[in-house]
Design a protein around this ligand. Structure first.
Ligand SMILES: [Fe+2]
Ligand SMILES: [Fe+2]
Length: 335
């Protein structure tokens, strides 16, 4: 019965799609209603390309983003910290996998996305090309980098492409655990010895500006944003999100008893936006172009991991081939 109802509803929705004057008209209506596009729906090629680019970049960022923190798992100061950090890094692997799966529904295989990354033809977030030099960086990364990721990603839960929005719901829940664990590391250090407090402050100083740049270039230098907003993928501009993030950090840094390395932060009563000091966009472009402090190292590790994992992929493919053959054989026997 449930299956029949499902079949009726499937055929109804097929009819709706077919009776639309054209795919474009259907797509435009979905956009106007702020509803969702699903994998089998018609969509403009540019929308599909934009999503594949954005979702795969996002997936690559999760996977490359495991590296600065994975470096610290063996050096975490206690068993408890080790377990928490390991769980956090594993979460990031999971985020990468949900996102590759979401991108695959648009017709691009994960293998192709991985090959593009390994060949240096795909981008990932510039932030992960900075080194994590002390244990306090684990705190600053969780608090600032995962904090910025949350600001960016919560609105993406309402992205017009269904599989992307749904993946983001779970990702965001896990990101808030990541931010709290980072905040807690910093809080403990800030309440420790003067040297520990200084370590925490230095880490915040290092990660503050790069985390603000995670929101992307200023609005007047962000050519794709307008189209992404028209397609209900992006809900707020880069500068709006950055301002919101600064406002959050201003409150939280007081609880930490630390400071943000920016004397120009202020709330603009007229625009109702938080403002911050100038950011070095030249540095941002350099890092994006592959000339950041750790770009080469991150890519080398990723290539190594891919090569070392070849036997796992081969074994999985062989297992899938055998399972399919056994099923086919069993079906043959039964009929
Ligand atoms: Fe993540
Ligand atoms: Fe995270």
């Amino acid at each position: 019965m449930v299956q029949n109802l499902q079949a009726v509803s499937d055929s109804q929705s097929e009819q709706v799609r077919e009776s639309a004057a054209s795919g474009q008209a259907y797509f435009d209506r979905i956009m106007a209603e702020d509803s969702r596009i699903e994998p089998r729906d018609w969509m403009p090629e540019a929308y599909r390309r934009t999503l594949v680019r954005q979702i795969s970049q996002h997936a690559h960022s999760e996977i490359i983003g495991m590296q600065p923190e994975a470096n610290w798992i063996t050096r975490a100061p206690s068993l408890k910290r080790k377990a928490i950090l390991m769980a956090k890094v594993q979460d990031e692997a999971g985020h990468g996998l949900y996102l590759y799966s979401a991108a695959e529904t648009l017709g691009t295989p994960r293998q192709k996305m991985t090959e593009d990354l390994i060949a240096g033809n795909a981008r990932y977030s510039s932030i992960f090309n900075y080194p994590a030099v002390s244990w306090a960086d684990m705190g600053a990364i969780g608090w600032l980098v995962d904090g910025a990721a949350i600001c960016n990603q919560v609105p993406l839960c309402r992205a017009s492409y269904g599989p992307y929005g749904r993946a983001m719901v779970r990702v965001c829940k896990e990101e808030s655990f990541h931010q709290r664990q980072g905040f807690e590391i910093l809080l403990e250090l800030a309440n420790g010895t003067p040297e520990q407090k200084q370590m925490a402050q230095d880490a915040v100083n290092r990660w503050y500006a790069p985390s603000l740049m995670m929101f992307g270039p200023p609005d007047d230098d962000s050519p794709n944003s307008k189209q992404s907003m028209a397609w209900n993928i992006k809900r707020f501009s880069n500068d709006e999100l950055r301002s919101r993030f600064v406002g959050m950090m201003v409150e939280q840094v007081e609880v930490l008893g630390l400071t943000l390395p920016d004397s120009e932060i202020r709330f603009n009563e007229e625009t109702k936006m938080w403002e911050h000091g100038p950011l070095d966009w030249n540095e941002f472009r350099e890092v994006l172009a592959g000339r950041g402090p750790c770009n080469a190292q991150r890519m080398e590790r990723r290539r190594e991991a891919h090569e070392n994992g070849a036997w796992v992929r081969e074994a999985a493919a062989e297992y899938a081939r055998k399972t399919a053959a056994w099923s086919a054989e069993a079906a043959g026997v039964a009929s």
